[in-house]
Design a protein around this ligand. Structure first.
Ligand code: PLP
Length: 394
């Protein structure tokens, strides 16, 4: 594989701004907050042109100058592709809107956008010679970790809530991970990882507890901008659990502007949550900087059943700075959105993706989004990985 110039200068605490050395193993900052990777963006600007990117293959790996992996030998790949933008013309017309487009992340290896973040985390673990990775997961992240780590020859320890969809648990186990089912939610799984960290010698790849998953998720923003001819939509609806994708895209847009690929205009970022687990929506609405943990979290959209997110303040900051908002939709709305998009457009969404469609319809109805706006919804996983409703036979 071809070598690329890389531009990481240091890492930075997202809360205090304290600098940390690059090319060292890092978890959270001393303040217990996520670390963000910083680049010499002037160097990126000189090294890569938009036209050169257009000619490259390799899915999200083509954005190497924006990524932290130094040596091509550390890249771990399962044949990534750019994920398509799928118009929903019938449903846009029905809603009285000009257009609505879905970025369908279900086409990535292991069937979800988690491939982006975990490919990067595993590649960096490989570069650092880390031999054991552990994480809590609602399913999709664990599947991506297990697959990319299998490819890199790294041992993995994965903790899932006991009610994680069976297909995810089996997929993770088949990729050779040690899987443990935990009687509780993802935060309880996170505690199990923390307990074993010292004793078992695991490196913790929980959402935002290591610096590189967000760099992988950042590629959603770069890819989207490139697909839209280096412009951005007016509004992005993103199903928000830990929020890595939303934070990552927001970071991507700043970096793209710094290298002159896009202008200063930004989409309004909308954090979509489930009514049964909406800590970010509650914090957004009461003007809080942090989100209090949500009690008794429940929703069919397992990926966004995250009662407490370590990057809560980063999600809220990006949403507010963009002029966006946070919105919750209930499971009945998610189910009917999923059925409507499948029936009328032939696109099978995952429940989290269906939540973004339901949220868009609700925001159109209450006037928070206009019919003239260019709207983009994220479908973060293939609907085929979830229990489907029974068929109504004729
Ligand atoms: C399908 C799906 N959508 C959305 C999310 C939430 O993603 P994030 O952690 O970036 O908020 C997840 C996370 O597990 C997921 O699996």
């Amino acid at each position: 594989m071809q070598e690329y110039q890389t531009f990481v200068t240091h890492l930075e605490c997202s809360a205090t701004g304290k600098r940390y050395e690059a090319d060292r193993v890092h978890g959270l900052s001393e303040a217990g907050k996520p670390l963000l990777v910083r680049y010499e963006l002037e160097g990126v600007r000189r090294a890569v042109r938009r036209e050169a990117l257009a000619a490259r293959g390799g899915g999200f790996w083509k954005y190497r100058e924006f990524l932290p992996v130094r040596r091509s030998a550390d890249v771990v790949s399962l044949g990534e592709e750019l994920t398509p933008l799928v118009e929903l013309p019938v449903l846009a017309a029905r809603a009285g809107a000009k257009s609505v487009v879905v970025k369908d992340e279900g086409r990535l290896p292991t069937g979800s956008f988690k491939a982006r973040g975990l490919a990067l985390a595993v590649a960096m673990a490989k570069a650092f010679g880390i031999g054991k990775l552990a994480m809590p997961t609602n399913g999709n992240a664990g599947a991506a970790l297990a697959a990319y780590a299998a490819r890199a020859g790294i041992e993995t320890f994965v903790f899932c809530p006991a009610d994680t969809p069976e297909i995810n648990v089996r997929e993770i186990a088949l990729a050779g991970a040690h899987v443990t089912l935990v009687d509780g939610l993802i935060n309880d799984c996170g505690k199990r990882v923390a307990e074993g960290r010292e004793r078992m010698g695991w490196f913790d790849v929980s959402t935002l507890k290591e610096p590189y998953r967000i760099e992988g998720k950042k590629t959603m923003g770069i890819e989207l901008a490139e697909q839209l001819g280096w412009t951005l939509p007016d509004v992005i609806f993103y199903p928000t659990g830990g929020g890595t994708g939303l934070i990552g895209m927001w970071k991507a847009f700043a970096e793209l502007e710094a290298v002159g690929f896009i202008g200063a205009a930004r989409p309004r970022m909308v954090a979509v949550q489930a009514a049964g687990c909406a800590p970010i929506v509650r914090a957004f609405e009461c003007g809080a900087e942090h989100a209090a943990p949500w009690q008794d979290a429940h929703t069919i959209a397992a990926g966004i059943r995250v009662p407490a997110a370590i990057g809560d303040f980063l999600i809220l900051r990006a949403v507010r700075k963009s002029g966006g908002f946070a919105i919750a939709v209930d499971d009945a709305a998610i189910q009917s959105a999923l059925a409507e998009v499948a029936r009328d457009e032939g696109l099978l969404l995952c429940p989290e993706g269906a939540a973004t469609y339901a949220a868009w319809r609700a925001a159109l109805a209450d006037g928070r989004v206009g019919g003239h706006e260019k709207v983009l919804l994220f479908n973060c996983a293939t609907g085929l990985k979830y229990p489907l409703p029974p068929a109504l036979l004729t």
